[in-house]
Design a protein around this ligand. Structure first.
Ligand code: T6T
Length: 326
């Protein structure tokens, strides 16, 4: 009886070692589905591709959606999954709620999911909920960044006056975090009033028109916070067109070449750079660890930092690494 038991255990050990060896040798296939076609996600892809190459992972990149939102993203995700050969998916959900069903479908099909840049639900994947199935969220602490921008803006405008937020969507975790952090940060400054929060739906022209309209209503506007590539690029153009460069302070988020050049020209006063290449690389690295031996991602969260460009450091050689790729 004892001999039989020892035999069974030995067989089980040999089998699991063989399975682990197969997993170690297998070339895993990961899929990356970006939020929209923009320099932030292009840079994320580059970081992910470089890490995938280094670690021997095959990385499939889903088609870049032309517009932000579930209408564009869900069909591309469905097509990715329909391939039937993906071992893990990392993606930036374009809505906290609307992306839950399709990502749950991916998960239920046996494909582990990591959300990068944005999260579903409230992003707490540790508690009981219908959205806690992703392995982790990997992305910026947007609320903390929003507070940093508020404090810098308050300083720039002498801690008094009217400011506005040019945002994209009310149901996207990243940009909502920035807005909330900014508004919270401004509570420390009783002389500052947030007079408007606009949503451009990630459309630069719309952002420009919205900032122009707020300027009409509040000609004494002191500052604008543009929360991402398109809202920020639209926001600073509205200020330039109104001939108010320098008079209205402009704080922006996302280090595109356009925004960095505007900073150099004095049309923008601050650019917060996220670390998209690092986010992409971390997703591949942690994803592979999980696929190889089930290593969990600590706290189901990885949060790389950010870098703040100002006119003082924008030419510094060390800062150049934070500018996004085209
Ligand atoms: O700001 C990034 C990203 O972090 C956000 O979630 C959506 O907008 C960008 O992609 C910039 O356009």
């Amino acid at each position: 009886m004892k001999k039989v038991l020892v035999g069974i255990i030995t067989m089980a050990v040999i089998l699991s070692m063989a399975l682990m060896a197969v997993a170690a040798d297998k070339t895993f296939k990961m899929a990356f589905m970006p939020g929209v076609a923009d320099p932030f996600y292009f840079t994320m892809e580059k970081g992910a591709q470089a890490k995938a190459k280094e670690l021997g992972v095959e990385l499939i990149v889903g088609e870049y959606p032309k517009a932000w939102g579930p209408e564009s993203q869900v069909p591309i995700l469905e097509a990715l999954i329909a391939r039937g050969d993906i071992d893990l998916l990392f993606t930036a959900p374009t809505s906290t709620e609307a992306l839950i069903p399709v990502l749950k479908k991916v998960h239920d099909a046996g494909i582990p999911v990591i959300t990068v840049d944005t999260y579903i639900g409230d992003g707490d994947y540790n508690k009981e909920s219908n959205y806690n199935f992703p392995l982790a969220f990997i992305g910026t602490d947007n609320f903390a960044g929003g507070v940093v921008v508020a404090e810098a803006m308050a300083k720039m405008i002498g801690e008094k006056g009217k400011v506005m937020v040019e945002n994209t969507n009310p149901d996207v975790s990243s940009v909502q975090g920035r807005e909330k952090g900014f508004i919270e940060g401004m509570k420390k400054f009783p002389g500052i009033e947030v007079v408007a929060v606009e949503y451009c739906l990630d459309n630069q022209e719309k952002a420009q028109a919205q900032v122009a309209a707020v300027l009409q209503k509040h000609p004494d506007l002191a500052g604008v916070f543009g929360v991402n590539v398109f809202s920020a690029q639209g926001a600073y153009r509205a200020i330039v067109n109104a001939g108010l460069t320098g008079a209205v302070k402009v704080a922006t988020w996302d280090a595109t070449e356009d925004l960095i050049n505007a900073l150099k020209k004095g049309e923008v006063d601050l650019v917060l750079a996220q670390k998209p290449a690092e986010i992409g690389a971390l997703a591949v690295e942690w994803g592979l660890k999980y696929l190889k031996d089930g290593t969990p991602i600590p706290d189901k969260k990885v949060v790389p930092g950010f870098f703040v460009f100002t006119k003082e450091n924008v030419e510094s050689p060390d800062a150049q690494q934070y500018i996004y790729s085209k």
